[in-house]
Design a protein around this ligand. Structure first.
Ligand SMILES: Cc1cn([C@@H]2O[C@H](COP(=O)(O)OP(=O)(O)OP(=O)(O)O)[C@@H](O)[C@H]2O)c(=O)[nH]c1=O
Length: 590
Protein backbone atom coordinates (compact mmCIF):
# COMPACT_ATOMS: atom_id res chain seq x y z
CA UNK A 1 0.00 0.00 0.00
CA UNK A 2 1.25 3.47 -0.81
CA UNK A 3 0.04 6.09 1.67
CA UNK A 4 2.05 9.05 0.56
CA UNK A 5 0.49 10.09 -2.77
CA UNK A 6 3.71 11.58 -4.01
CA UNK A 7 5.46 8.22 -3.68
CA UNK A 8 3.11 7.09 -6.44
CA UNK A 9 4.79 9.64 -8.67
CA UNK A 10 7.89 7.52 -8.48
CA UNK A 11 6.20 4.21 -9.22
CA UNK A 12 6.61 4.61 -12.94
CA UNK A 13 10.15 5.81 -12.80
CA UNK A 14 13.25 3.73 -12.52
CA UNK A 15 14.36 4.51 -8.99
CA UNK A 16 17.63 3.39 -7.50
CA UNK A 17 18.58 3.46 -3.84
CA UNK A 18 22.32 4.01 -3.68
CA UNK A 19 22.64 2.38 -0.29
CA UNK A 20 23.62 -0.96 1.17
CA UNK A 21 21.90 -0.15 4.45
CA UNK A 22 19.20 -2.80 5.03
CA UNK A 23 17.40 -0.30 7.27
CA UNK A 24 17.04 2.25 4.48
CA UNK A 25 15.82 -0.44 2.10
CA UNK A 26 13.25 -1.58 4.64
CA UNK A 27 11.96 1.93 5.46
CA UNK A 28 11.50 2.85 1.80
CA UNK A 29 10.03 -0.50 0.90
CA UNK A 30 7.52 -0.25 3.73
CA UNK A 31 6.56 3.18 2.36
CA UNK A 32 5.57 1.46 -0.90
CA UNK A 33 8.42 2.79 -3.01
CA UNK A 34 9.69 0.44 -5.73
CA UNK A 35 13.37 0.66 -6.34
CA UNK A 36 16.51 -1.20 -7.24
CA UNK A 37 19.39 -1.26 -4.81
CA UNK A 38 22.83 -0.35 -6.10
CA UNK A 39 25.16 0.27 -3.15
CA UNK A 40 27.43 3.23 -3.66
CA UNK A 41 31.18 2.73 -3.90
CA UNK A 42 31.89 6.29 -2.83
CA UNK A 43 34.45 6.23 -0.01
CA UNK A 44 33.11 8.20 2.93
CA UNK A 45 36.29 10.15 3.45
CA UNK A 46 35.49 13.79 2.72
CA UNK A 47 37.65 16.05 4.91
CA UNK A 48 35.26 16.89 7.75
CA UNK A 49 37.13 20.05 8.75
CA UNK A 50 36.19 21.67 5.43
CA UNK A 51 32.50 21.60 6.25
CA UNK A 52 30.83 24.38 8.17
CA UNK A 53 28.66 21.96 10.16
CA UNK A 54 28.11 18.21 10.63
CA UNK A 55 24.89 18.13 8.55
CA UNK A 56 26.68 19.83 5.64
CA UNK A 57 29.11 16.92 5.69
CA UNK A 58 26.28 14.34 5.76
CA UNK A 59 24.46 16.03 2.88
CA UNK A 60 27.58 16.19 0.72
CA UNK A 61 28.39 12.54 1.44
CA UNK A 62 24.82 11.53 0.56
CA UNK A 63 25.09 13.49 -2.68
CA UNK A 64 28.43 11.93 -3.65
CA UNK A 65 27.08 8.44 -2.90
CA UNK A 66 24.11 9.00 -5.21
CA UNK A 67 26.13 10.68 -7.98
CA UNK A 68 28.67 7.85 -7.99
CA UNK A 69 25.88 5.35 -8.63
CA UNK A 70 24.21 7.51 -11.28
CA UNK A 71 27.49 7.90 -13.16
CA UNK A 72 28.41 4.23 -12.87
CA UNK A 73 25.01 3.09 -14.13
CA UNK A 74 25.10 5.59 -16.97
CA UNK A 75 28.57 4.44 -17.97
CA UNK A 76 27.58 0.80 -17.90
CA UNK A 77 24.33 0.97 -19.90
CA UNK A 78 24.53 4.47 -21.37
CA UNK A 79 21.24 4.82 -19.62
CA UNK A 80 20.91 6.24 -16.14
CA UNK A 81 17.95 5.54 -13.90
CA UNK A 82 15.39 8.31 -13.54
CA UNK A 83 16.05 8.92 -9.88
CA UNK A 84 18.89 7.95 -7.56
CA UNK A 85 18.52 8.34 -3.80
CA UNK A 86 21.53 8.57 -1.53
CA UNK A 87 21.69 9.03 2.23
CA UNK A 88 24.24 9.35 4.97
CA UNK A 89 23.64 9.11 8.69
CA UNK A 90 26.08 10.54 11.23
CA UNK A 91 26.09 11.15 14.95
CA UNK A 92 27.35 14.52 16.16
CA UNK A 93 28.43 15.13 19.74
CA UNK A 94 30.42 18.09 21.05
CA UNK A 95 31.40 19.17 17.52
CA UNK A 96 32.67 15.69 16.68
CA UNK A 97 31.27 13.58 13.83
CA UNK A 98 30.91 9.86 14.55
CA UNK A 99 30.41 7.42 11.71
CA UNK A 100 30.52 3.62 11.82
CA UNK A 101 33.11 2.29 14.29
CA UNK A 102 36.08 0.59 12.68
CA UNK A 103 36.53 -1.93 15.51
CA UNK A 104 35.31 -2.76 19.01
CA UNK A 105 37.66 -0.26 20.66
CA UNK A 106 36.35 2.45 18.38
CA UNK A 107 32.77 1.45 19.26
CA UNK A 108 33.72 1.65 22.92
CA UNK A 109 35.12 5.16 22.63
CA UNK A 110 32.04 6.31 20.67
CA UNK A 111 29.52 4.83 23.08
CA UNK A 112 31.32 6.06 26.18
CA UNK A 113 31.36 9.51 24.64
CA UNK A 114 27.57 9.33 24.19
CA UNK A 115 26.87 7.90 27.68
CA UNK A 116 24.65 10.13 29.85
CA UNK A 117 24.52 12.89 27.25
CA UNK A 118 22.40 14.23 24.43
CA UNK A 119 23.69 14.00 20.86
CA UNK A 120 22.31 14.75 17.41
CA UNK A 121 21.73 12.28 14.62
CA UNK A 122 21.79 13.85 11.17
CA UNK A 123 20.77 12.06 8.02
CA UNK A 124 21.63 13.85 4.82
CA UNK A 125 19.58 12.83 1.78
CA UNK A 126 20.19 13.50 -1.90
CA UNK A 127 17.55 12.92 -4.58
CA UNK A 128 19.26 12.95 -7.94
CA UNK A 129 17.13 13.23 -11.08
CA UNK A 130 19.05 11.89 -14.06
CA UNK A 131 18.70 12.23 -17.77
CA UNK A 132 20.92 10.64 -20.42
CA UNK A 133 21.08 12.56 -23.68
CA UNK A 134 23.44 12.04 -26.58
CA UNK A 135 25.53 9.78 -24.41
CA UNK A 136 25.81 12.50 -21.75
CA UNK A 137 24.49 12.31 -18.24
CA UNK A 138 22.71 15.33 -16.84
CA UNK A 139 21.83 15.39 -13.20
CA UNK A 140 19.86 17.58 -10.91
CA UNK A 141 20.35 17.21 -7.19
CA UNK A 142 17.83 18.05 -4.49
CA UNK A 143 19.13 17.65 -0.99
CA UNK A 144 18.13 18.09 2.61
CA UNK A 145 18.89 16.81 6.05
CA UNK A 146 16.98 16.00 9.20
CA UNK A 147 18.14 16.27 12.79
CA UNK A 148 16.96 14.13 15.71
CA UNK A 149 18.25 14.63 19.23
CA UNK A 150 18.83 11.50 21.28
CA UNK A 151 19.73 11.27 24.98
CA UNK A 152 21.54 8.21 26.33
CA UNK A 153 21.37 7.01 29.94
CA UNK A 154 24.58 6.56 31.89
CA UNK A 155 26.06 3.32 30.58
CA UNK A 156 28.00 1.01 32.87
CA UNK A 157 31.20 -0.55 31.57
CA UNK A 158 29.59 -3.99 31.74
CA UNK A 159 26.55 -2.96 29.73
CA UNK A 160 28.75 -1.18 27.23
CA UNK A 161 30.94 -4.19 26.56
CA UNK A 162 28.02 -6.57 26.52
CA UNK A 163 26.42 -4.39 23.88
CA UNK A 164 29.62 -4.15 21.86
CA UNK A 165 30.06 -7.93 22.06
CA UNK A 166 26.59 -8.39 20.61
CA UNK A 167 28.09 -7.16 17.31
CA UNK A 168 25.26 -4.72 16.74
CA UNK A 169 27.31 -1.47 16.83
CA UNK A 170 29.66 -2.30 13.99
CA UNK A 171 27.66 -1.25 10.93
CA UNK A 172 25.90 1.69 12.56
CA UNK A 173 26.75 5.35 12.87
CA UNK A 174 27.72 6.27 16.45
CA UNK A 175 28.02 2.57 17.22
CA UNK A 176 24.40 1.88 18.10
CA UNK A 177 21.11 0.80 16.55
CA UNK A 178 18.15 2.53 18.18
CA UNK A 179 15.75 0.10 16.49
CA UNK A 180 17.24 -2.97 18.17
CA UNK A 181 19.27 -3.69 21.33
CA UNK A 182 20.61 -0.15 21.22
CA UNK A 183 17.10 1.08 22.07
CA UNK A 184 17.90 0.08 25.66
CA UNK A 185 20.59 2.74 25.87
CA UNK A 186 18.23 5.54 24.91
CA UNK A 187 16.45 7.74 27.46
CA UNK A 188 14.82 10.31 25.16
CA UNK A 189 14.29 11.02 21.49
CA UNK A 190 13.32 14.41 20.07
CA UNK A 191 12.37 14.25 16.43
CA UNK A 192 11.94 11.67 13.72
CA UNK A 193 12.79 8.17 14.97
CA UNK A 194 13.29 6.81 11.44
CA UNK A 195 15.85 9.53 10.85
CA UNK A 196 17.99 7.90 13.56
CA UNK A 197 17.42 4.47 12.04
CA UNK A 198 18.82 5.77 8.76
CA UNK A 199 16.19 7.49 6.66
CA UNK A 200 13.96 10.52 7.40
CA UNK A 201 10.87 9.26 5.61
CA UNK A 202 8.60 12.12 6.64
CA UNK A 203 10.91 14.86 5.33
CA UNK A 204 11.60 12.77 2.24
CA UNK A 205 7.89 12.69 1.36
CA UNK A 206 7.62 16.42 1.98
CA UNK A 207 10.62 17.02 -0.25
CA UNK A 208 9.09 14.91 -3.01
CA UNK A 209 5.85 16.87 -2.66
CA UNK A 210 7.82 20.10 -3.00
CA UNK A 211 9.46 18.73 -6.14
CA UNK A 212 6.44 17.18 -7.77
CA UNK A 213 3.64 19.44 -6.57
CA UNK A 214 5.10 22.94 -6.55
CA UNK A 215 3.04 25.50 -4.61
CA UNK A 216 0.83 22.76 -3.27
CA UNK A 217 -0.88 22.08 -6.62
CA UNK A 218 -1.30 18.56 -7.87
CA UNK A 219 1.06 19.52 -10.64
CA UNK A 220 3.39 16.79 -11.64
CA UNK A 221 6.15 19.17 -12.72
CA UNK A 222 9.12 19.29 -10.42
CA UNK A 223 9.54 22.81 -9.07
CA UNK A 224 13.30 22.73 -9.24
CA UNK A 225 15.47 23.58 -12.14
CA UNK A 226 17.37 20.65 -13.57
CA UNK A 227 20.56 22.26 -14.62
CA UNK A 228 21.98 21.32 -17.96
CA UNK A 229 18.91 19.65 -19.37
CA UNK A 230 15.96 21.95 -18.86
CA UNK A 231 14.53 24.61 -21.07
CA UNK A 232 12.09 27.38 -20.41
CA UNK A 233 8.45 26.69 -20.97
CA UNK A 234 5.89 29.22 -22.11
CA UNK A 235 5.22 30.31 -18.55
CA UNK A 236 8.81 31.29 -18.18
CA UNK A 237 9.30 28.51 -15.68
CA UNK A 238 12.12 26.07 -16.09
CA UNK A 239 11.15 22.68 -17.43
CA UNK A 240 12.83 19.43 -16.74
CA UNK A 241 13.45 16.47 -18.99
CA UNK A 242 13.03 13.82 -16.38
CA UNK A 243 9.55 14.69 -15.20
CA UNK A 244 6.57 12.38 -15.78
CA UNK A 245 4.83 11.96 -19.09
CA UNK A 246 2.11 14.32 -17.92
CA UNK A 247 4.18 17.33 -18.79
CA UNK A 248 4.31 16.36 -22.47
CA UNK A 249 0.93 18.03 -22.83
CA UNK A 250 1.39 21.75 -22.67
CA UNK A 251 -0.21 25.05 -23.39
CA UNK A 252 1.39 24.83 -26.85
CA UNK A 253 -1.32 22.47 -28.03
CA UNK A 254 -4.09 24.10 -26.10
CA UNK A 255 -5.35 20.67 -25.01
CA UNK A 256 -5.73 19.88 -21.38
CA UNK A 257 -4.27 16.50 -20.55
CA UNK A 258 -6.50 13.61 -19.52
CA UNK A 259 -6.07 12.49 -15.94
CA UNK A 260 -2.91 10.45 -15.66
CA UNK A 261 -3.90 6.76 -15.75
CA UNK A 262 -2.00 5.87 -12.58
CA UNK A 263 -4.19 2.88 -11.72
CA UNK A 264 -3.87 1.45 -15.20
CA UNK A 265 -0.11 1.77 -15.24
CA UNK A 266 0.11 0.28 -11.78
CA UNK A 267 -1.81 -2.70 -13.09
CA UNK A 268 0.63 -3.15 -15.96
CA UNK A 269 3.50 -2.83 -13.53
CA UNK A 270 2.03 -5.22 -11.04
CA UNK A 271 1.88 -7.85 -13.75
CA UNK A 272 5.61 -7.41 -14.23
CA UNK A 273 6.12 -7.72 -10.49
CA UNK A 274 4.10 -10.93 -10.41
CA UNK A 275 6.09 -12.32 -13.35
CA UNK A 276 9.34 -11.67 -11.49
CA UNK A 277 7.97 -13.43 -8.43
CA UNK A 278 6.76 -16.39 -10.50
CA UNK A 279 10.12 -16.73 -12.21
CA UNK A 280 12.13 -16.51 -8.99
CA UNK A 281 9.91 -19.15 -7.35
CA UNK A 282 10.11 -21.45 -10.35
CA UNK A 283 13.89 -21.18 -10.43
CA UNK A 284 13.96 -21.85 -6.65
CA UNK A 285 15.94 -18.67 -6.04
CA UNK A 286 14.58 -18.42 -2.49
CA UNK A 287 15.44 -22.05 -1.72
CA UNK A 288 18.95 -21.33 -2.90
CA UNK A 289 19.37 -18.31 -0.66
CA UNK A 290 17.74 -19.85 2.38
CA UNK A 291 19.92 -20.06 5.51
CA UNK A 292 23.22 -19.83 3.61
CA UNK A 293 25.60 -16.91 3.30
CA UNK A 294 24.60 -14.15 0.87
CA UNK A 295 25.40 -14.94 -2.76
CA UNK A 296 26.50 -12.67 -5.57
CA UNK A 297 24.45 -12.58 -8.77
CA UNK A 298 27.07 -14.55 -10.72
CA UNK A 299 27.05 -17.32 -8.11
CA UNK A 300 23.27 -17.52 -8.16
CA UNK A 301 23.40 -17.56 -11.96
CA UNK A 302 26.01 -20.36 -11.88
CA UNK A 303 23.87 -22.48 -9.58
CA UNK A 304 20.76 -21.88 -11.66
CA UNK A 305 22.53 -22.34 -14.97
CA UNK A 306 21.18 -18.96 -16.07
CA UNK A 307 22.81 -15.84 -17.50
CA UNK A 308 24.52 -13.55 -14.98
CA UNK A 309 22.97 -10.44 -16.45
CA UNK A 310 19.40 -11.74 -16.45
CA UNK A 311 19.84 -13.22 -12.98
CA UNK A 312 21.15 -9.89 -11.70
CA UNK A 313 18.09 -8.12 -13.04
CA UNK A 314 15.77 -10.70 -11.54
CA UNK A 315 17.48 -10.49 -8.15
CA UNK A 316 17.36 -6.69 -8.15
CA UNK A 317 13.66 -6.81 -8.95
CA UNK A 318 13.17 -9.18 -6.02
CA UNK A 319 15.03 -6.68 -3.82
CA UNK A 320 12.71 -3.92 -5.01
CA UNK A 321 9.72 -6.12 -4.22
CA UNK A 322 11.03 -6.81 -0.72
CA UNK A 323 11.75 -10.51 -1.13
CA UNK A 324 15.54 -10.21 -1.12
CA UNK A 325 18.00 -7.89 0.49
CA UNK A 326 21.25 -6.83 -1.04
CA UNK A 327 24.48 -5.88 0.67
CA UNK A 328 28.10 -5.75 -0.42
CA UNK A 329 28.30 -9.46 0.37
CA UNK A 330 25.50 -10.34 -2.01
CA UNK A 331 21.81 -11.24 -1.98
CA UNK A 332 19.94 -12.96 0.84
CA UNK A 333 16.31 -13.75 1.60
CA UNK A 334 14.12 -11.40 3.62
CA UNK A 335 12.02 -12.92 6.37
CA UNK A 336 8.99 -12.87 4.08
CA UNK A 337 10.83 -14.96 1.51
CA UNK A 338 12.04 -17.48 4.09
CA UNK A 339 8.57 -17.87 5.50
CA UNK A 340 6.45 -17.86 2.36
CA UNK A 341 8.54 -18.39 -0.76
CA UNK A 342 10.82 -21.28 0.08
CA UNK A 343 9.56 -24.79 -0.65
CA UNK A 344 9.58 -25.87 2.96
CA UNK A 345 8.82 -22.56 4.74
CA UNK A 346 6.42 -22.96 7.66
CA UNK A 347 3.83 -20.96 5.75
CA UNK A 348 5.05 -21.60 2.25
CA UNK A 349 2.94 -20.09 -0.51
CA UNK A 350 5.24 -21.36 -3.22
CA UNK A 351 2.63 -23.86 -4.36
CA UNK A 352 0.15 -21.04 -4.77
CA UNK A 353 2.63 -18.92 -6.67
CA UNK A 354 3.54 -21.77 -9.02
CA UNK A 355 -0.07 -22.60 -9.62
CA UNK A 356 -0.94 -19.03 -10.58
CA UNK A 357 2.16 -18.87 -12.70
CA UNK A 358 1.12 -21.94 -14.68
CA UNK A 359 -2.62 -21.33 -14.79
CA UNK A 360 -3.17 -17.61 -14.86
CA UNK A 361 -6.59 -17.67 -16.49
CA UNK A 362 -8.29 -20.99 -16.52
CA UNK A 363 -9.37 -20.75 -12.91
CA UNK A 364 -10.78 -17.25 -13.09
CA UNK A 365 -13.25 -15.53 -15.29
CA UNK A 366 -12.24 -15.80 -18.93
CA UNK A 367 -14.59 -13.53 -20.76
CA UNK A 368 -12.72 -13.62 -24.03
CA UNK A 369 -13.49 -17.31 -24.51
CA UNK A 370 -16.94 -17.38 -22.97
CA UNK A 371 -19.57 -18.79 -25.23
CA UNK A 372 -17.15 -19.06 -28.13
CA UNK A 373 -14.59 -21.80 -27.94
CA UNK A 374 -15.98 -23.55 -24.90
CA UNK A 375 -12.41 -24.34 -23.87
CA UNK A 376 -13.19 -24.48 -20.20
CA UNK A 377 -16.61 -25.54 -19.08
CA UNK A 378 -15.61 -24.35 -15.65
CA UNK A 379 -16.38 -20.83 -16.80
CA UNK A 380 -19.93 -19.83 -17.52
CA UNK A 381 -21.26 -17.01 -19.63
CA UNK A 382 -19.21 -13.85 -19.33
CA UNK A 383 -16.89 -15.47 -16.91
CA UNK A 384 -19.46 -16.07 -14.19
CA UNK A 385 -17.92 -18.84 -12.18
CA UNK A 386 -19.64 -22.10 -11.64
CA UNK A 387 -17.77 -23.57 -8.72
CA UNK A 388 -14.52 -23.73 -6.84
CA UNK A 389 -11.60 -24.65 -9.08
CA UNK A 390 -10.75 -27.96 -7.44
CA UNK A 391 -14.32 -29.17 -7.96
CA UNK A 392 -14.14 -28.75 -11.71
CA UNK A 393 -13.18 -32.38 -11.96
CA UNK A 394 -13.55 -32.90 -15.66
CA UNK A 395 -11.29 -30.07 -16.69
CA UNK A 396 -8.09 -30.76 -14.82
CA UNK A 397 -5.30 -33.21 -15.38
CA UNK A 398 -4.05 -35.02 -12.28
CA UNK A 399 -0.96 -32.85 -12.28
CA UNK A 400 -2.97 -29.65 -12.49
CA UNK A 401 -5.23 -30.85 -9.73
CA UNK A 402 -2.29 -31.61 -7.45
CA UNK A 403 -0.80 -28.20 -8.14
CA UNK A 404 -4.15 -26.68 -7.35
CA UNK A 405 -4.49 -28.63 -4.11
CA UNK A 406 -1.02 -27.46 -3.08
CA UNK A 407 -2.04 -23.88 -3.78
CA UNK A 408 -5.29 -24.17 -1.84
CA UNK A 409 -3.59 -26.01 1.00
CA UNK A 410 -0.93 -23.33 1.44
CA UNK A 411 -3.55 -20.60 1.50
CA UNK A 412 -5.83 -22.49 3.87
CA UNK A 413 -2.91 -23.23 6.21
CA UNK A 414 -2.11 -19.56 6.38
CA UNK A 415 -5.55 -18.57 7.62
CA UNK A 416 -6.68 -21.79 9.34
CA UNK A 417 -5.76 -20.80 12.87
CA UNK A 418 -7.35 -17.37 12.48
CA UNK A 419 -10.53 -19.02 11.29
CA UNK A 420 -10.49 -21.65 14.04
CA UNK A 421 -10.14 -19.00 16.73
CA UNK A 422 -12.39 -16.32 15.25
CA UNK A 423 -15.17 -17.57 17.58
CA UNK A 424 -15.32 -19.79 20.62
CA UNK A 425 -16.49 -23.08 19.10
CA UNK A 426 -15.93 -25.21 22.20
CA UNK A 427 -19.65 -25.92 22.57
CA UNK A 428 -19.62 -28.09 19.44
CA UNK A 429 -18.48 -31.70 19.56
CA UNK A 430 -18.68 -32.55 15.86
CA UNK A 431 -18.06 -30.50 12.77
CA UNK A 432 -18.32 -31.10 9.05
CA UNK A 433 -16.10 -29.06 6.75
CA UNK A 434 -17.91 -28.96 3.41
CA UNK A 435 -15.44 -28.80 0.54
CA UNK A 436 -12.69 -28.98 3.16
CA UNK A 437 -10.19 -30.23 0.58
CA UNK A 438 -6.85 -31.23 2.16
CA UNK A 439 -8.13 -30.75 5.70
CA UNK A 440 -5.91 -27.79 6.63
CA UNK A 441 -8.77 -26.04 8.43
CA UNK A 442 -10.08 -29.31 9.91
CA UNK A 443 -6.70 -29.96 11.56
CA UNK A 444 -6.52 -26.41 12.89
CA UNK A 445 -10.00 -26.83 14.40
CA UNK A 446 -8.93 -30.15 15.93
CA UNK A 447 -5.83 -28.55 17.44
CA UNK A 448 -7.87 -25.71 18.99
CA UNK A 449 -10.73 -27.88 20.26
CA UNK A 450 -9.49 -31.26 21.55
CA UNK A 451 -13.08 -32.54 21.98
CA UNK A 452 -14.09 -31.78 18.41
CA UNK A 453 -14.29 -34.47 15.73
CA UNK A 454 -14.13 -33.03 12.23
CA UNK A 455 -15.30 -34.66 9.02
CA UNK A 456 -13.97 -33.29 5.77
CA UNK A 457 -16.61 -33.77 3.08
CA UNK A 458 -15.36 -33.36 -0.46
CA UNK A 459 -15.50 -34.93 -3.90
CA UNK A 460 -13.85 -38.37 -4.22
CA UNK A 461 -11.52 -37.10 -6.94
CA UNK A 462 -10.30 -34.40 -4.55
CA UNK A 463 -9.92 -36.68 -1.54
CA UNK A 464 -7.87 -39.26 -3.40
CA UNK A 465 -4.98 -36.79 -3.39
CA UNK A 466 -5.08 -35.52 0.18
CA UNK A 467 -2.96 -38.16 1.94
CA UNK A 468 0.27 -36.30 1.22
CA UNK A 469 -1.02 -33.17 2.94
CA UNK A 470 -1.75 -34.70 6.34
CA UNK A 471 0.27 -33.48 9.33
CA UNK A 472 1.93 -35.82 11.80
CA UNK A 473 1.42 -35.46 15.48
CA UNK A 474 -1.26 -35.58 18.12
CA UNK A 475 -4.96 -35.14 17.46
CA UNK A 476 -4.78 -36.05 13.80
CA UNK A 477 -7.20 -38.89 14.54
CA UNK A 478 -9.87 -36.27 15.29
CA UNK A 479 -10.06 -35.59 11.54
CA UNK A 480 -11.64 -37.97 9.04
CA UNK A 481 -12.45 -37.68 5.34
CA UNK A 482 -15.72 -38.63 3.68
CA UNK A 483 -16.21 -38.56 -0.09
CA UNK A 484 -19.36 -36.97 -1.40
CA UNK A 485 -20.95 -34.14 -3.35
CA UNK A 486 -22.55 -31.48 -1.18
CA UNK A 487 -25.11 -30.67 -3.89
CA UNK A 488 -26.16 -34.28 -4.46
CA UNK A 489 -25.54 -36.40 -1.38
CA UNK A 490 -27.01 -36.03 2.05
CA UNK A 491 -24.72 -34.07 4.32
CA UNK A 492 -23.05 -35.91 7.21
CA UNK A 493 -24.54 -35.22 10.61
CA UNK A 494 -22.70 -32.58 12.63
CA UNK A 495 -23.26 -29.91 15.31
CA UNK A 496 -21.31 -27.40 13.30
CA UNK A 497 -21.12 -27.04 9.51
CA UNK A 498 -18.15 -25.22 8.06
CA UNK A 499 -18.32 -23.63 4.63
CA UNK A 500 -14.94 -22.06 4.10
CA UNK A 501 -13.62 -20.24 1.07
CA UNK A 502 -15.79 -21.99 -1.45
CA UNK A 503 -18.74 -19.68 -1.92
CA UNK A 504 -17.06 -16.91 -3.82
CA UNK A 505 -16.65 -19.23 -6.80
CA UNK A 506 -20.33 -20.10 -7.00
CA UNK A 507 -23.04 -17.94 -8.54
CA UNK A 508 -25.80 -16.68 -6.26
CA UNK A 509 -28.25 -19.46 -7.08
CA UNK A 510 -25.75 -22.15 -6.13
CA UNK A 511 -24.78 -20.35 -2.93
CA UNK A 512 -28.42 -20.20 -1.95
CA UNK A 513 -28.90 -23.87 -2.77
CA UNK A 514 -25.86 -25.02 -0.79
CA UNK A 515 -26.64 -22.91 2.28
CA UNK A 516 -30.27 -24.04 2.18
CA UNK A 517 -29.10 -27.66 2.26
CA UNK A 518 -26.90 -26.82 5.25
CA UNK A 519 -29.81 -25.07 6.98
CA UNK A 520 -31.98 -28.17 6.50
CA UNK A 521 -29.28 -30.52 7.80
CA UNK A 522 -28.39 -28.35 10.78
CA UNK A 523 -30.13 -29.23 14.06
CA UNK A 524 -31.61 -26.43 16.22
CA UNK A 525 -28.78 -25.01 18.32
CA UNK A 526 -26.26 -26.22 15.72
CA UNK A 527 -23.99 -23.75 13.97
CA UNK A 528 -22.83 -22.65 10.56
CA UNK A 529 -19.36 -21.18 10.27
CA UNK A 530 -19.06 -19.39 6.97
CA UNK A 531 -15.69 -18.10 5.80
CA UNK A 532 -15.03 -16.12 2.68
CA UNK A 533 -12.91 -13.33 1.31
CA UNK A 534 -15.32 -10.49 1.88
CA UNK A 535 -15.73 -7.39 -0.21
CA UNK A 536 -14.79 -4.02 1.28
CA UNK A 537 -17.26 -1.56 2.81
CA UNK A 538 -18.19 -0.01 -0.56
CA UNK A 539 -19.93 -3.26 -1.39
CA UNK A 540 -21.97 -2.96 1.80
CA UNK A 541 -24.14 -0.48 -0.05
CA UNK A 542 -25.25 -3.31 -2.27
CA UNK A 543 -26.15 -5.45 0.68
CA UNK A 544 -29.83 -5.85 -0.19
CA UNK A 545 -30.20 -9.35 -1.50
CA UNK A 546 -27.53 -11.19 -3.36
CA UNK A 547 -26.51 -8.77 -6.07
CA UNK A 548 -22.88 -8.98 -7.01
CA UNK A 549 -20.71 -8.71 -10.02
CA UNK A 550 -19.60 -11.91 -11.66
CA UNK A 551 -16.49 -13.21 -9.97
CA UNK A 552 -16.64 -10.47 -7.35
CA UNK A 553 -16.79 -10.75 -3.60
CA UNK A 554 -19.93 -10.62 -1.49
CA UNK A 555 -19.94 -8.40 1.56
CA UNK A 556 -20.40 -9.52 5.15
CA UNK A 557 -23.83 -7.90 5.17
CA UNK A 558 -24.94 -9.90 2.13
CA UNK A 559 -23.93 -13.17 3.76
CA UNK A 560 -25.43 -12.24 7.15
CA UNK A 561 -28.71 -11.33 5.45
CA UNK A 562 -28.81 -14.67 3.66
CA UNK A 563 -28.04 -16.66 6.82
CA UNK A 564 -30.87 -14.94 8.71
CA UNK A 565 -33.28 -15.64 5.85
CA UNK A 566 -32.33 -19.31 6.04
CA UNK A 567 -33.16 -19.52 9.75
CA UNK A 568 -29.83 -18.82 11.43
CA UNK A 569 -30.04 -16.48 14.42
CA UNK A 570 -27.45 -14.56 16.40
CA UNK A 571 -25.30 -14.15 13.28
CA UNK A 572 -21.96 -12.72 14.33
CA UNK A 573 -19.04 -11.61 12.17
CA UNK A 574 -15.32 -11.59 12.88
CA UNK A 575 -12.16 -11.02 10.89
CA UNK A 576 -10.11 -14.13 10.26
CA UNK A 577 -6.74 -13.01 8.96
CA UNK A 578 -6.19 -10.00 6.76
CA UNK A 579 -9.11 -10.28 4.37
CA UNK A 580 -11.13 -13.37 5.12
CA UNK A 581 -14.31 -12.81 7.01
CA UNK A 582 -15.91 -15.35 9.31
CA UNK A 583 -19.61 -15.46 10.21
CA UNK A 584 -21.10 -17.74 12.82
CA UNK A 585 -24.85 -18.33 12.87
CA UNK A 586 -26.85 -20.54 15.22
CA UNK A 587 -29.72 -22.53 13.80
CA UNK A 588 -33.03 -21.51 15.34
CA UNK A 589 -36.02 -23.81 15.71
CA UNK A 590 -37.44 -24.60 12.24
C1 LIG B 1 22.24 5.83 14.62
C2 LIG B 1 21.83 4.59 13.87
C3 LIG B 1 22.38 4.27 12.65
N1 LIG B 1 22.02 3.12 11.97
C4 LIG B 1 22.66 2.75 10.69
O1 LIG B 1 23.92 3.31 10.58
C5 LIG B 1 24.32 3.33 9.21
C6 LIG B 1 24.98 4.65 8.94
O2 LIG B 1 25.93 4.50 7.96
P1 LIG B 1 25.81 5.18 6.52
O3 LIG B 1 27.18 5.41 6.03
O4 LIG B 1 24.88 6.31 6.53
O5 LIG B 1 25.13 4.02 5.66
P2 LIG B 1 25.69 2.59 5.30
O6 LIG B 1 25.05 1.58 6.21
O7 LIG B 1 27.17 2.56 5.21
O8 LIG B 1 25.06 2.36 3.87
P3 LIG B 1 25.35 3.23 2.55
O9 LIG B 1 24.11 4.03 2.31
O10 LIG B 1 25.55 2.21 1.47
O11 LIG B 1 26.55 4.08 2.75
C7 LIG B 1 23.04 3.20 8.40
O12 LIG B 1 23.02 1.90 7.80
C8 LIG B 1 21.94 3.29 9.44
O13 LIG B 1 20.82 2.50 9.08
C9 LIG B 1 21.07 2.29 12.51
O14 LIG B 1 20.74 1.23 11.93
N2 LIG B 1 20.48 2.63 13.70
C10 LIG B 1 20.81 3.73 14.41
O15 LIG B 1 20.23 3.98 15.51
Amino acid sequence: MVLCPVIRKLLHKRVVLASASPRRQEILRQAGLRFEVVPSRFKEMLPKALFPSPPAYAVETAKQKALEVARRMHQKDLRAPDVVIGADTIVAVGGLILEKPVDKQDAYSMLSRLSGKEHSVFTGVAIVHCCSRDGRLDTDVSEFYEETRVRFSELSEDLLWEYIDSGEPMDKAGGYGIQALGGMLVEQVHGDFLNVVGFPLNRFCKKLAELYYPSGREDPRPAQSHQGRGGRDEDGGERTQAAGPEEAVSSRTGHSPPPFPTGLLELVDSFKASKALFTACKLKVFDLLKDGAPLKAVDVAGKLGASACGTGRLLDTCVALGFLQKTDRGYSNTETANLHLTSDGAYSLRGLVLHHSDHPWDLSARPESAGRDGVDPHDGALGERTGPPCQASCTHSEETRLGLLRAMHSLAKLTARHVATAFDLSRFSSACDLGGCTGALAHALAREYPRLRVTVFDLPEVLQHVAGFQPDGPRTEQVSFLPGDFFEDSLPEADLYVVSRILRDWPDGKVHELLSRVARACKPGGGLLLVDVAAGPEAEAEAEGLRRRAGGERSAAVYAHLLRRLGFADVRAAGAGVRPLALLGTRGAP
